[in-house]
Design a protein around this ligand. Structure first.
Ligand code: NAP
Length: 215
């Protein structure tokens, strides 16, 4: 699979490396430092390269959006056509001081970042995922917590796109859980905010994995 990474920071770098290690063709893009993109591609291995945002979108089937909310709209507007692409978003509406969200059910804007992305790129298949995973865990040697494998909850409206994303989640060493339609991003993003707040207040950050127990 060809995967374009937009945002070469903590999340984009860690996920891009995991997918390149799994054999996918990965293009790293969007940094203020082009040398950083090239170094990332070298570290990720022979199936990875660096490129522009436009190249990362045009040459990919799947696009990971791993940018901060204030730059999101501008990035999408300059990315070129996203029609038919699967967009994975881990973009959070978390307030910089972690006290809440700028977008979400607990705000005046009763929507989610994922739904805003879908509005900005109506021809894309948007799937929300990885918003309750910490980049430090993605970048570490293993996603295992003892014998436990954490969950990554994902949601979206296109069932084929969701199947692809579930596979990509599992290749990162997580158990994927289908949380429903894209509208569920409103509560998933809220859960992510609570998860970050809990991680910070418990002083357990970042050594936490979220898991839904079942019997
Ligand atoms: N970190 C986590 O554990 C985590 C977990 C779940 C969700 N998220 C969400 O994932 C998203 C990314 O988080 P992150 O921790 O990966 O952030 P990050 O490390 O700051 O990465 C952001 C990337 O965007 C690039 N960027 C920012 N402004 C730019 C500009 N004007 N031009 C070009 N590139 C620009 C940065 O470039 P530089 O390379 O130049 O810095 C960096 O590569 C956020 O929405 C966050 O809420 C994060």
């Amino acid at each position: 699979m060809k995967i374009g990474i937009i945002g070469a920071g903590n999340m984009g770098a860690a996920l891009g490396k995991l997918w390149a290690n799994a054999g996918h063709h990965v293009i790293f893009s969007y940094s203020r430092d082009e040398a950083k993109l090239r170094e990332l591609a070298i570290e990720a291995g022979k199936t990875a390269k660096a490129g522009t945002v436009q190249a990362a979108v045009a040459d990919s089937d799947v696009v990971l959006l791993a940018v901060w909310l204030p730059t999101l709209e501008a990035v999408i507007q300059t990315a070129g056509s996203l029609d038919g692409k699967i967009i994975i978003t881990c973009v959070s509406g978390l307030q910089p001081d972690f006290t809440g969200q700028t977008i979400g059910i607990a705000t005046d804007l009763k929507t989610s970042v994922a739904e805003i992305i879908q509005q900005l790129a109506p021809g894309a298949k948007v799937v929300e995922a990885f918003n309750t995973t910490f980049a430090e865990i993605l970048a570490s040697d293993s996603r295992q917590f003892g014998s436990d494998m954490p969950n990554v909850f994902y949601c979206g409206d296109d069932s084929e796109a969701k199947q692809v994303v579930a596979g990509l989640i599992e290749e990162c060493g997580y158990e994927s859980v289908d949380a429903g339609n894209l509208m569920v991003a409103r509560t998933l993003e809220t859960l992510a905010t609570a998860w970050v707040q809990f991680a910070v207040s418990s002083q357990l950050f970042p050594n936490l994995g979220l898991k839904a127990l079942r019997r």
